[in-house]
Write a protein that binds this ligand. Structure first.
Ligand code: URP
Ligand code: ZN
Ligand code: ZN
Ligand code: ZN
Length: 475
């Protein structure tokens, strides 16, 4: 027959267009878009459904080794299983360098961790924690060439952070080699100072995590990251932005013509500081950095999604079990907030939450939903046009949505290995009913349909959005 699969009569929505058409799939790729395409081994009736590019979750942590003895609940098996069931077809987790470790060794380690396990396609961002001469002169340039064209740097966390001098060196390298730099922007010394004060007066419960990670510390670091990037003349992307203070800095940079990009996550739309203030130790479930803020911050984050200040919407899935001595209770239930592993789960709920709260409630339109969750991340991280759009020649990564189906979030029905979701009981409208990765069904009606090992590693090209504005000034 002409095609392996034809998806008939769906409402196709991309970052640019919406139209009703049939999609012809051959050998994992979109081979035709149109009407009366011919015959196929399999016909999928998408009448009444929305057909969007499969989600790209460009910020998630899977099976990442941690220095303090905590263990992530999800590896590449359970993590990509969960992502697939939530309509995502590509994830970009992190290959983190430990201080003293070669970057190459970190990347090799992640290939071992992911090999044969993934249900959907994946690429890696690197995390650069130790920018030695060898890393800067040899390892990074080679790895960027080989398809690891983005990396994250930290301005906080003792075992991860870089100082300003190191950040400048790394930014100059990124400029030279054409890599995209992601920045975790929080001022480490402000957080350490506030933590010490809070601890000294016995304020150690999870809720004080939110006070220690002040919005001012986030704003200052965001401003500094932007300034360092401007000094070098290189684009930079500020990850997991929590509220108006940091947003203002990003908008200011953008209004001055700088290539500064922003990312936010579901927790900054759906949670507030009061979620950290629960019975006993329960608030630990919502401890992440930056922490969720207040309702005014949620409104500011929505506005920045709508107006284009943010280009990327990711989960920042960082999975720790609650009832687990290697998870949130690493140091017991009376531990100071500073010992609670940071992060919350969200791979499977990312798209349904933004679809329901954003598109259905008309805070953003469907084309922006696609841009934020698939097309922009593909462009920014060098996967476009293979990923992130519905076009002839692109991978047949597609999610079919029933825009009217009503569901309630229940952790028991999610496919991660975390023992809770911060969104338990949340009522949503719209859900992914069929998800295909390279033409193969990976989930159906919220249930797993794929195979581990089907997911392929993706080499990322050097992204166009990472290009500097001007000529090098002797750097
Ligand atoms: O709390 C968070 N966000 N944990 C994950 C690690 C990170 O900084 O993104
Ligand atoms: Zn971070
Ligand atoms: Zn993260
Ligand atoms: Zn400790």
């Amino acid at each position: 027959s002409d095609f392996d699969t034809i998806i008939k009569n769906g409402l196709i929505i991309t970052a640019a267009d919406r139209y009703v058409a049939d999609i012809g799939i051959k050998e994992g790729r979109i081979a035709a878009l149109g009407q009366a395409l011919g015959n196929a081994a399999e016909i999928i009736d998408a009448d009444g459904l929305w057909v969007m590019p499969g989600g790209i979750d460009a910020h998630c942590h899977l099976d990442q080794p941690l220095g303090d003895g905590a263990v992530m609940a999800d590896d590449f098996h359970s993590g990509t299983r969960s992502a697939a069931c939530g309509g995502t077809t590509t994830v970009i987790p992190f290959a983190a360098q430990q201080k003293g470790q070669s970057l190459r060794a970190a990347v090799d380690d992640y290939h071992r961790r992911s090999e044969g396990k993934a249900f959907i396609d994946y690429a890696f961002h690197m995390i650069v924690t130790d920018p030695t001469e060898t890393v800067l002169k040899e390892e990074l340039p080679a790895l960027i060439e080989e398809g690891y064209s983005s990396f994250k740097i930290y301005m906080t966390y003792d075992d991860l952070k870089l100082n300003d001098r190191e950040i400048l060196k790394v930014l100059a390298l990124a400029r030279r080699e054409g890599a995209m730099v992601m920045v975790h922007a929080e001022n480490a010394d402000c957080i350490a100072y506030l933590t010490e004060l809070l601890e000294a007066c016995g304020k150690t419960a999870p809720v004080y995590h939110g006070e220690a990670h002040s919005t001012i510390a986030e704003r200052e670091a965001t401003h500094r990251a932007i300034s360092l990037a401007e000094l070098i003349d290189v684009p930079v992307l500020i990850v997991h932005v929590s509220g108006p203070e940091a947003i203002e800095q990003i908008r200011w940079a953008q209004s001055r013509g700088l290539r500064v990009y922003g990312e936010t996550c579901p927790q900054y739309l759906m949670l507030t500081a009061t979620d950290l203030d629960q019975e006993g130790f329960e608030g630990a479930k919502c401890v992440c950095s930056p922490p969720p803020r207040d309702e005014a911050a949620q409104q500011a984050v929505w506005q920045a999604l709508e107006s284009g200040v943010f280009q990327v919407f990711s989960s920042d899935h960082a999975p720790f079990r609650y009832e687990d001595p290697k998870g949130k209770k690493l140091h017991g239930e009376t531990a100071c907030f500073k010992h609670i592993p940071n992060g919350i789960p969200g791979l499977e709920t990312r798209l349904p939450i933004l679809f329901s709260e954003g598109v259905i409630k008309e805070r953003i339109d469907a084309t922006r939903f696609v841009a934020l969750t698939a097309t922009n991340p593909a462009k920014i991280y060098g996967l476009y046009p293979r990923k992130g759009t519905i076009a002839i020649g692109s991978d047949a990564d597609l999610t079919l949505w029933d825009s009217r189906a009503r569901t309630t979030v229940r952790n028991a029905e999610l496919h991660h290995d975390v023992d809770y979701t911060p969104y338990e009981g949340l009522e949503l409208t719209g859900r992914p009913v069929l998800t295909l990765c390279r033409g193969q069904v990976v989930s159906r009606d919220g249930r797993l349909a794929g195979e581990p090992g089907f997911g392929q590693f993706l080499e990322c090209g050097k992204p166009q959005p990472a290009r500097p504005r001007g000529e090098a000034k002797g750097f």
